[in-house]
Design a binder for this molecule. Structure first.
Ligand code: 13P
Length: 249
């Protein structure tokens, strides 16, 4: 049985003092969960979050990284730098980065490879726009994003990737995919992985759902056959609410 992995994506929110206060409250609320709990925080909070999460069951992730190790890339942060301070996870190819920062399937693939080269676990985001959904292209888009993101990885690396299926029209809009729809899309992603990497990899890879996950819909989503947890934006900013999502059962 696959474990459930529930990650918060704070996006560009929370100052260091707020992050510390949050983790102090939140860690008490989720200490007994069997689920894996991750907080993906802004770069400026990473060090404080890592300190605050010491001796808790909370893992810390970044929200992006560059694919090169070092060099003349003003404003960028490398996987090596994240690893050096103790970060474990990194979100790669979030739709906001694809939309506003010109990330492509190619840069996503380079970043996923660089994450593994630095012993970081990537959370790779895929998802269709509303236009693509209305044109009936959802499956084609998300399976192709998945295939291209993972190109050139070994089977054992793919098994350790987390995929987050986040339909773009459901992000921050209050519109959640129905649990059936989200589960079917995730099944299609799993089937794509099975066709390339085989049954063992596809049965073990964690595939999350993201897009307006709240405490009121988490249970229904997470109890489907193929949704292995969530990547949560807005609702992860409030410790009580995010703890309810983590403790959804
Ligand atoms: P919301 O939960 O705010 O819709 O955001 C989802 C998301 O983009 C998480 O990465």
């Amino acid at each position: 049985m696959r474990r459930k992995v529930i990650a918060g994506n704070w996006k560009m929110n929370m100052l260091p003092n707020e992050a510390m206060e949050y983790i102090e409250t939140f860690s008490k609320l989720v200490k007994d969960t069997e689920n894996e709990v991750i907080l993906c925080v802004p770069y400026t909070d990473l060090f404080y979050a890592l300190m605050g999460a010491q001796d808790t069951n909370i893992k810390i992730g970044a929200q992006n990284m560059h694919f090169e190790e070092k060099g003349a890339y003003t404003g960028e942060v490398s996987g090596k730098m994240l690893k050096a301070i103790g970060v474990e996870y990194v979100i790669i190819g979030h739709s906001e980065r694809r939309q506003y920062f010109a990330e492509t399937d190619e840069t996503v693939n380079k970043k996923v490879k660089a994450a593994f080269a630095n012993d970081l676990k990537p959370i790779v985001c895929v998802g269709e726009t509303l236009e693509q959904r209305e044109a009936g292209e959802t499956e084609k888009i998300i399976t192709s994003q998945t295939r291209l993101a993972l190109e050139g990885l070994t089977d054992s690396q793919v098994k350790n990737v987390i995929i987050a299926y986040e339909p773009i029209w459901a992000i921050g809009t209050g519109k959640t995919a129905t649990s059936d729809d989200a589960n079917n899309s995730i099944k299609a992603i799993r089937e794509e992985i099975r066709s390339i990497y085989g049954e063992e990899v596809s049965e073990n890879i964690i595939i999350q759902y993201g897009g307006s996950v709240k405490s009121s819909n988490a249970k229904e989503l997470f109890e489907t056959s193929d949704i292995d947890g969530g990547l949560v934006g807005g609702a992860s900013l409030v410790p009580d609410e995010f703890a309810k999502i983590v403790n959804y059962k």
